[in-house]
Design a protein around this ligand. Sequence first.
Ligand code: ZN
Ligand code: ZN
Length: 120
Amino acid sequence: MDCCACKAAMAEVAVDGVTIDRCNRCGGVWLDAGEAEELATKNKPTRADELKRRKYELLRQWKTGPQNSKPSDRECPRCHAKLSRANYKDVPGLHVDLCTTKSCGLYLDKGELEKIRLIG
Ligand SMILES: [Zn+2]
Ligand SMILES: [Zn+2]
């Protein structure tokens, strides 16, 4: 699968038995819809799982419909439809790319995952 930001090949990375896709060139991360739900069902109250809970929270936010989304220049690596760029929880400067066409998942640029962890 190619990174929707820089077109480099993404590598699969196992996180607690769930495989997510990470770009080694730009550090972006792709989360499939099913993967986020799978991670959420683990529901362990450990520090490591806190990150996964936040990922799921982000996906849930998107499913309820981002209020201020706009077309992105990037394509969904799964269905190749244009992604939508949406502000996350109205936090200035924090935007994520979502597949709203077939609900494939969402893309996070390098550092966005860390911002989301800090925001909670
Ligand atoms: Zn990339
Ligand atoms: Zn898609």
